[in-house]
Design a protein around this ligand. Sequence first.
Ligand SMILES: [Zn+2]
Length: 297
Amino acid sequence: MPEGILERLARGPVLGDGGYVYILRQRGLPMAGYSPQDVLTHADAVQQLQQAFFDAGAEVLQAQTFQGTRNRLEEVGQGDQFETIHRKAMEIARDISRGRALIAGTVGSALGSRYRMGDRDRVRPWYEEECALLKDLGADFLILETFYFLEDALAALEAAKPTGLVTMVTMSCKPVLTSREGFQMDYCAKILKDEGTDIVGLNCMQDPALMLPLMERIRKAVDGPIAAQPVAVECHPYATHMGEREGPWTDHVLSPQDMADFARRALEIGIDYIGSCCGSGPEHVRAMAEAMGRTSR
Ligand SMILES: [Zn+2]
């Protein structure tokens, strides 16, 4: 049996991959939505980017299923492609990995910032369906990510449990550095951990300078593996690059050296899963790999 993510983490820090959507847009893919339908319409571009992340040293490849819950796909007229999209995304990752990197099935928030308190029962079936499919398609573990509401993250976690797969749950915060309910990120991490997630942390919306202090607090609040996947774009907590309409390409992209500094600092803090999100390309991941003492493939 190949080594799972928890066994791998037990041996030391793991390097994740980068951000896909914004890099693909920078490379000229259509701007319409942030849908995983890219894996069907632009399979070569997704494949090339994922291959580049692997070559840079990523030990985990995130299957491009983010925002792939059925309701999200229906919103972009792709509801009938639900299974096909997930199958293709997993196939692309598996063809690159060939057992040399772990494949994470990625589940993003079904409603994002449109989530409202009490939507838990509404979103859970969408998460259950997606998690079950990713398990069937052979995901090594699940990354449940980019939740603004703790309640939303808890719904996804609950939905993932029947799969028996290891889960990593990461919250996001914007425009202020709390959940939309007003909870601090270390509190969210503690609750998610108590409710049974294996790996907990933060992704997207903050650059390393903003995310690392939050991660320090999370490190103090929970035992076991923690994860950080910041954006590689300079941002400000109260005028974030990820405003409702603006994208990070309008702002200052951090250098590979900046992300190498992030990786070094993350190691010092005791972050176990060190990845990156929007704006982070293969050159950033390569710099992080080197900072972590890895040689690129
Ligand atoms: Zn992101």
